[in-house]
Design a binder for this molecule. Structure first.
Ligand SMILES: [Zn+2]
Length: 530
């Protein structure tokens, strides 16, 4: 019999503290549904009463399988329950569970709360009792628990026990400033677990020494059975424990997998990479390429000798099978790559070619030559695929850009402020049809992109769902002169993402090449007729 571990997501509450993150009500509802579909046990939505968005979020039932949790403070010292508007907002919230945050460090009780240790304990007990009387499941986040425990173990424990003895389902030990190290967490949680059963203990770790994931796992080893964290490690300062790294570790590493089960099935785990990227998308952030398990580089191999071994026996180089978390193996095609690398990549993208086909040598030479010019095919998967298809088979000439013209104008507007505006005009030939489109944009590349995608005649329907999601520029020294490399990341209506590359001494031209590759790639993928 495996023990059950519970996962508590606080992306919408603690994660909302991230610099630059501002969830709307619609965002919160959509993210809660995404998290619920993934199989998390608890979803903390926010702090009703603290701001209009969260108050509205908890104004109606959200109908989730997960326990939808409202967060707030314990009763204020010196007040009665009925005279505390914060408590009233929490008890009125349409939530399955209430998570109270309570002080657990005697120093904070005296200095921040300006009250007595006894009154703080009474406030914890009163708050738990009131929420239970309302039929809610209760959690108590013991703030600064580890620092408090080091300063005064008796008092920190007294706070935790007050919550537990009053009937809180979970007593959550928080490393609020993220400064505790894994061996300390393991030792302290182990001691707490002798006073409070481990299946009532949770861990809430912050990432200030980059050990929030390690601290969470250390707590589980010592007896804790609930883990709090956020998707992609969102959270203030350096973030919270990253559930995207914790979940696959619990599911795939024998030490945890053999002992514990979580509410996320193997099938759901295969949506992990998608979940992680979908949240980035909503926040308009480019996904971290180097993110463990889900990053595009997490299972990428470059060197030729490793690559041929990986094709023969992936387990020799990969710590888990990338498919289990919805990622995939990437054999980077670059000037270091050998033929086996290239063959494996072609097979993956569905291009059949014989091992001895002479065109293979031509493609490899082409890749090497172009990389010497500054093209980066290991980053630009879609441009590589087009190059391969062009060399080995055929990519239809869907359309031809006969000319384009982009200008940048600086002027002063009606109120005397300096503004720059760009306009692009593009002349495209599609079949026998000549189309001319013009567009204004924030900058020359934006204007060019808009004009290029404004009217592609019979192909327009295939690119309606195309969106540019990231644009990166680097100045390189290739040979004797400086050139500009542009990488463009695109996405379509199905959520598929791809990257294209352009290189030129002119940034507009480099951008144009990458834009063209992106559009042509989309047409190929959509099966647009020649
Ligand atoms: Zn926190």
């Amino acid at each position: 019999m495996k023990e059950r571990l519970y996962l508590f997501d606080t992306t919408l509450r603690d994660g909302a503290q991230t610099n630059g993150v501002d969830f709307t009500l619609a965002d919160k509802v959509a993210i809660a549904q995404m998290l619920d579909a993934f199989g998390l046990d608890y979803i903390e939505g926010g702090y009703p009463g603290a701001n209009p968005t969260d108050t509205q979020l908890f104004s109606e039932p959200r109908k989730l399988d997960a326990r939808f949790t409202a967060f707030g403070m314990t009763r204020r010292p010196g007040r009665s329950l009925s005279n505390d508007p914060g408590i009233a907002a929490l008890l009125e919230a349409e939530a399955d569970a209430i998570c109270f945050v309570a002080k657990a460090w005697d120093y904070h009780v005296r200095v921040a709360l300006e009250t007595t240790p006894e009154e703080n304990l009474a406030s914890i007990r009163d708050s738990v009792r009131a929420a239970k009387a309302k039929g809610r499941e209760v959690l108590v986040d013991c703030e600064h628990f580890f620092d408090g425990y080091k300063a005064s173990a008796d008092y920190a424990l007294a706070c935790a026990r007050a919550a537990y003895e009053e009937g809180a389902r979970w007593v959550v030990l928080c490393d609020t400033n993220g400064g505790t190290l894994p061996h300390e967490v393991e030792a302290i949680v182990g001691e707490v677990a002798q006073k409070i059963p481990g299946d009532h203990i949770g861990i809430h770790a912050h990432n200030d020494t980059e050990q929030a994931v390690a601290n969470s796992l250390a707590a589980v080893r010592a007896g804790a059975r609930q883990i709090q964290g956020t998707i992609n490690g969102l959270g203030e300062r350096c973030g919270n424990a990253n559930l995207v790294s914790i979940i696959p570790t619990l599911k795939l590493k024998p030490e945890f997998a053999e002992k514990f089960e979580i509410g996320i099935s193997d099938a759901k785990l295969r949506n992990l990479a998608h979940l992680s990227h979908a949240l980035d998308e909503m926040l308009n952030r480019a996904p971290d390429r180097h993110a463990p398990y889900v990053g595009t580089s997490a299972f990428a191999t470059k060197a030729g000798i490793h690559a041929s071994a990986i094709v023969k026996e992936p387990a020799t180089y990969e710590h888990v099978d990338p498919e289990t978390v919805g990622n995939r193996r990437r054999l980077l095609v670059s000037d270091q790559s050998g033929r086996s690398n290239l063959l494996a990549e072609l097979e993956r993208i569905g291009i059949a070619v014989e091992k001895e086909d002479p065109r293979l040598v031509r493609l490899l030479d082409e890749v090497k030559e172009r990389e010497a010019l500054g093209y980066a095919y290991e980053a630009a998967d879609a441009s590589f695929e087009l190059l391969a298809r062009r060399t080995l088979g055929a990519v239809p000439d869907y359309f031809n850009v006969e000319r384009f013209d982009v200008n940048v104008e600086q002027r002063y507007n009606a109120v005397g402020r300096r503004v720059t505006v760009s306009m692009a005009v593009v002349k495209v030939k599609v079949g026998n049809e000549t189309l001319i489109s013009a567009a204004e944009g924030d900058g020359p590349v934006h204007a060019l992109d808009l004009a290029l995608r404004k009217d592609l005649g019979k192909y327009q329907q295939y690119i309606e769902g195309l969106d540019l999601t990231d644009y990166r520029v680097r100045i390189l020294n290739a040979g004797t002169e400086a050139v500009t490399r542009v990488l463009i990341e695109s996405q379509d209506e199905t959520g598929e993402r791809w990257t294209t590359v352009g290189v030129s001494s002119n940034i507009i031209d480099a951008s144009f090449q990458a834009l063209m590759d992106s559009i042509v790639y989309k047409l190929v993928r959509s099966g647009a007729p020649a």
